[in-house]
Design a binder for this molecule. Sequence first.
Ligand code: MCA
Ligand code: AMP
Length: 511
Amino acid sequence: MSPATDPYAWVEAVARTDPGRPFLTTPAGQRLTYAMLRDGSGGYAAALGACGVVPGDRVAVQVEKSPDSVLLYVACLRLGAVYVPINTASTPHEVDYVLRDAEPRLAVVRPPDRELLAPLAAAAGVGHVETLGALGDGSLTDLAQRAPLPTSAPAALAASSLAAIVYTSGTTGRAKGAMLTRGNLSSNAATLATAWHFTNRDVLLHALPLFHVHGLFAAINTVLASGSGLVLLPTFDAAQVLRLLPQATVFMGVPTHYTRLLQLAGLDREAAASIRLFVSGSAPLLAETHREFERRTAHVIVERYGMTETLMNASNPYAGVRLPGSVGLPLPGVSLRIVNGDTGRVESDPDATGHLEIKGPNVCAGYWRDEAKTRREFTADGWFRSGDLGRIDRNGYVYIVGRAKDLVITGGYNVYPKEVEAELDALPGVLESAVIGLPHPDFGEGVTAIVVAEPGADLSEAEIIRSAQARLARYKIPKRVLIVDELPRNTMGKVQKNVLRNTYAALYQPA
Ligand code: MCA
Ligand code: AMP
């Protein structure tokens, strides 16, 4: 690992000492060395400057994954601009919310979206809208190519300064922005590079989206911290990943990636022979997937545990026992504790189940412009309340046993039922709804809505799904909508989601 401790300083350090070192390749034949990463990000930093972006300004980005999108991210690090990634599946309604909340100086969007999003951006007070296409085309790229390259090295930025705001939905249904500092990014990437034995000979096969902390920070920053390289794929396509495994030494994925790879007959020891490390996270990896992957490839997946607000917290060891069903040991410098939900006391007994709380240099600085939420999610003594239920065994291994927060994780994406329920309840003819996650063979959990119609209303599943698609990103759309006469309630009148989960547990299971 490089001795520098800032995510952009890592780039400069390798570009200076080893400029021709490969940073990124694509299956289409694009190649970037570390010198090209430094200079290309310098061009984009100059383009940002031409749009008036100064350190601390937010730059909201909803673009396809491409080498240029990586350069744009690194340009923000270089300039000290705050990167605000937006899911490419987010609808204009969802983008509008982020623009109003983050108040970016600049929004970068896909070329065909400019016409639709520019008026929204203008109404939200965003000064500039530029475009970036999947092939490195667009108005921001034009600016980057015209702008003179910065001649001096960028100013050093404090570890406490903001590097990114990543929006994550919440139990209230309103997305909130986790404020991640440069120190959060660099400490976590340096920790992962060491824990997972990254060297500059590694090549990461990158098939994750770049708008979440898994693909952006756990993957890209760990590569930067170790001066290693990556093969950048535009999306996850299991057959393509299988074909390209021999070009790589590391693969990071969500459980759905592993279950899809397992469906391919060609996944065997030989196909995975060049890989030294498979990592899984973002959602629970079934112990049976873990074992089946080992049987087929002789590789024991390293499962790890993270959150948008905290980056990576725990990981199974590189050298040592990798336990199926456990997310491993707290990473060096990160503390995890279990708190009893009834008494509020910290559990000292191994194996006691309770609320998982987290402390360390990885934990975000709070929520953007939401002090009340920040106060609620942090304890008085500075621990972050994860909303996950867990236990820690006598050997220090952490197990996620459930969630205190009402959350569905589908294919590694988080969906908060409240947000979907609010949209469904607003549809004509819907009296009320309950959204739950049910076991799903592909996505782990499938978002499912149970809906009660207003008296006399004639609702159809297809119509509800069609209407919801105008407002919500497609991965949040229920895979099924079941129309019922009434929802089960307890004596307090609260909807019993556990009863619904039991009743419909087999909905997505093959007959
Ligand atoms: C796509 N669809 C989904 C999902 N993805 N539905 C539910 N859940 C999903 N995750 C829907 C699309 O809207 C579409 O629906 C249909 O499935 C097919 O779309 P397609 O684009 O072909 O999907 P795909 O390419 O097969 O995508 C599935 C995927 C992808 C590869 C599993 O979702 C993925 O890359 N997930 C990774 C997410 C991730 O990076 N999570 C990290 C978050 P329709 O036909 O109706 O249009 S960070 C995090 O959680 C923490 C910090 C951590 O610990 O990492
Ligand atoms: P996000 O809000 O998208 O950052 O998602 C964070 C949540 O994903 C955590 O609070 C956990 O509930 C879940 N998560 C991440 N990694 C794992 C894992 N390996 N096993 C179980 N749940 C996980």
